[in-house]
Design a binder for this molecule. Structure first.
Ligand SMILES: *[C@@H]1O[C@H](CO)[C@@H](O)[C@H](O)[C@H]1NC(C)=O
Ligand SMILES: *[C@@H]1O[C@H](CO)[C@@H](O)[C@H](O)[C@H]1NC(C)=O
Ligand SMILES: *[C@@H]1O[C@H](CO)[C@@H](O)[C@H](O)[C@H]1NC(C)=O
Ligand SMILES: *[C@@H]1O[C@H](CO)[C@@H](O)[C@H](O)[C@H]1NC(C)=O
Length: 378
């Protein structure tokens, strides 16, 4: 029962009505809303759609070409003609994310193909295998986006259209590292999607999402291998929540103001948190003190805590210490019990309005002011 309620709060229209209680004064809410990417380094041209093949608007013939490149088809069974409003928000978030992923992999393929500085792969065998892999992934992500929008269309809900994007990487290794991290966030967020569908009357969608989780996991094993990491990161992958995924996409990749008005269905439903920067670099699997920073005019963090989410464990709540402020940037520390809880793989850090305790990840998200800070170990 608790799960039903909390995931509704994360994903659904319920977010809007629950916001005052969960978030307090609107000034706090506003703090996070302006954290989308507003500037990017000189020389970076934002990625914009449509693709050369017309995507996201494709003819039947083009769809067939995408399916061939993807090594498979969109599900060909009947689509639901009705879905819960909460499920619609979840599918809209999935489409929003998949459109970003199409942009990312299209740009990455272009960079490798045209030997952009930083993206040259000298070994011809490796280069052609990487491209063969990414071309399939890119087409598969196109189908994930078309699939989510297809269900939304069939159910008479708003379909999501692409924004413009920037990618904060300028070389192949960092691009693969980034792909590994955003895929980890997706793998955690789709757990939340399944939970929502299973509890809001749309259980028929749970298996479909399961098929995508496995698919994204296959991708991630390859990205991890390229990074010289063992393919499988943990016994149980880290749980995330819709708010964390939507915040991360907007904080890092989406060009502010570039989304078409139809996407407001998402912006009105899911709050964007203030960005949380993890200042400590090269974090190892140790118990240690980590340093974070946020943009905030207030320095009263006395009620706030840092929460760490890793694998399927209870969120770890740590007090905030050593708060310092300079020119609108607040820096602070928190203890990170990395070795104690064997926090390999993705850890999601968030700053919450209270010390909890929090029984679930959706509860953390609903009480977060800043986040997600994304920490990857091993
Ligand atoms: C994003 O754009 C909106 C208006 O489109 C503006 O109010 C907001 O300040 C912008 N945020 C940033 C970080 O530039
Ligand atoms: C796709 O088609 C829709 C509906 O005709 C249109 O509003 C949108 O601009 C098109 N998207 C792109 C990227 O061309
Ligand atoms: C492609 O290269 C450009 C130029 O270095 C860079 O700005 C962009 O982030 C790269 N794209 C990806 C997905 O790495
Ligand atoms: C939609 O989901 C909410 C919980 O997220 C639930 O309270 C409601 O009963 C559902 N509606 C239907 C028609 O199943």
């Amino acid at each position: 029962m608790l799960n039903t309620l909390t995931s509704a709060v994360i994903f659904g229209a319920a977010v809007v009505s629950a916001a005052p209680a969960a978030w307090g004064p609107m000034s706090n809410w506003g703090q996070g809303a302006s954290s989308t990417v507003s500037s990017y380094s000189a020389g970076q041209t934002p990625f914009s759609f449509p693709l050369a093949n017309g995507f996201p608007n494709v003819s039947d013939a083009t769809l067939h070409d995408i399916e061939e490149a993807a090594h498979g088809t969109l599900p060909n069974g009947a689509l639901p003609t009705e879905i819960n409003a909460t499920s619609a928000i979840v599918l809209e978030l999935i489409a929003f994310n998949e459109l970003f992923e199409v942009a990312f992999f299209t740009s990455l393929i272009q960079n490798i193909t045209s030997n952009v500085e930083g993206f040259q792969i000298d070994s011809q065998v490796l280069r052609s295998f990487v491209l063969e892999t990414l071309i399939a992934v890119q087409a598969q992500e196109e189908l994930h986006a078309l699939g989510a929008n297809g269900i939304l269309a069939s159910a008479g809900r708003t379909q999501i259209q692409p924004c413009e994007y920037v990618f904060p990487v300028d070389n192949f290794d960092d691009a693969i590292g980034l792909a590994r991290t955003f895929t980890d966030v997706v793998l955690g967020t789709l757990q939340d999607a399944q939970n929502t569908f299973a509890t809001d009357g749309d259980a028929e969608l749970v298996a479909l999402i399961g098929s995508v989780i496995g698919q994204e996991g296959e991708q991630n094993g390859y990205y991890r291998s390229l990074l010289n990491l063992i393919p499988s990161s943990n016994p149980f992958l880290t749980r995330s929540a819709g708010q964390f995924a939507f915040s991360a996409l907007n904080q890092n990749f989406v060009v502010n103001g570039s989304c078409p008005p139809v996407d407001n269905v998402l912006f009105n439903a899911i709050p964007i948190l203030g960005a949380l920067t993890v200042d400590t670099a090269n974090i190892l699997l140790e118990d240690q003190t980590l340093t974070f920073s946020v943009k905030s005019s207030s320095t009263d963090f006395s009620e706030y805590s840092v929460v760490f989410i890793n694998q399927q464990n209870l969120p770890v709540v740590e007090p905030i210490t050593n708060v310092k402020s300079s020119a609108g940037t607040v820096t602070f520390d928190a203890h990170f019990p990395g070795a104690q809880f064997i926090m390999d793989g993705l850890t999601i850090a968030a700053v919450t309005k209270s010390a909890g305790p929090f029984a679930s990840v959706p509860e953390v998200a609903a009480n977060s002011v800043f986040g997600p800070g994304l920490i990857e170990i091993n």
